[in-house]
Ligand binder design. Structure first.
Ligand code: ATP
Length: 232
């Protein structure tokens, strides 16, 4: 059963150009995530970016908001932005979801579309620890959102990977289905979900850190209230 595909086409037309895939815990989603995705949507001329909240398998450190709440917040966050969609396939899984498996599923569903997996530079630097990481580029492109303080590696396996696969040309992300790495600096908003939760737990209002619809869900469900009081 694919509830995710129903979700992903919820905003109307079914685009055919490159699909951006933006995974995260989104506990909660905030403007740091949304601004990053929006800039990439524009710069890379992506017709679609799918927000893909990660699952919270029972044996791993859990999230604070539950799966339904995180999904509802992500859905609320994308309302009104053409091209932003939500894919719930990972959050519906009880087993760990590896990026390689998600990409393989999407590739099977969309044999011709370029797939752009969006990750931060910090995540990119840890890529060699990912499950079957060398196969990722067979299935899609990597788009690395650059955060301050992180430089692209020039040595080692990732340095070599960039020599072979790096590109500064957006057109290549459209013309090829997979195999390129595109690094792009995005405006940094110093917001983190951890800080947002601490702020709410301390009884403060998260207004202007996230869309109003997300804030309303947080206030109505009380999902972060008093669970993570700021320390020191
Ligand atoms: P936490 O504080 O719980 O670690 P987070 O705010 O980093 O959460 P995640 O859901 O873990 O949020 O992040 C999803 C993706 O968004 C990651 O690739 C992360 O690097 C990126 N990201 C998070 N915050 C920002 C931000 N302020 N600006 C740009 N990218 C961000």
């Amino acid at each position: 059963m694919s509830t995710s595909s129903a979700t992903s086409i919820a905003n109307g037309n079914a685009p055919s150009g490159p699909m951006g895939i933006f995974g995260g815990t989104f506990d909660p989603i905030h403007y740091g995530h949304l601004r990053t995705a929006y800039e990439l949507l524009e710069i890379l001329r992506l017709p679609e970016i799918r927000f893909m909240p990660a699952g919270s398998p029972p044996h791993r450190a859990g999230t604070i908001a539950d799966n339904e709440q995180r999904l509802a917040m992500v859905r609320a966050a994308v309302i009104g932005q053409p091209g932003f969609t939500v894919d719930d396939r990972e959050i519906r899984k009880t087993s760990p979801s590896y990026s390689i498996e998600t990409l393989a599923e999407l590739r099977a569903e969309f044999p011709e579309r370029p797939l752009c997996l969006i990750i931060g530079m910090d995540a990119f630097l840890g890529l060699p620890q990912w499950h079957r990481w060398r196969e990722l580029l067979h299935l899609g492109h990597l788009v690395v959102a650059h955060r301050p303080g992180w430089n692209a590696p020039t040595l080692g396996p990732l340095g070599e990977l960039l020599v072979d696969h790096g590109t500064g040309t957006v057109r290549e992300l459209h013309e090829q289905r997979a195999g390129r790495i595109y690094i792009h600096a995005v405006t940094q908003l110093e917001i983190s979900s951890t800080d947002v939760r601490a702020l709410i737990g301390a009884g403060r209002d998260p207004r202007y850190l996230m869309p109003e619809g997300v804030r309303r869900i947080i206030l109505e469900t009380g999902c972060y209230a008093r669970k993570e009081l700021g320390r020191g």
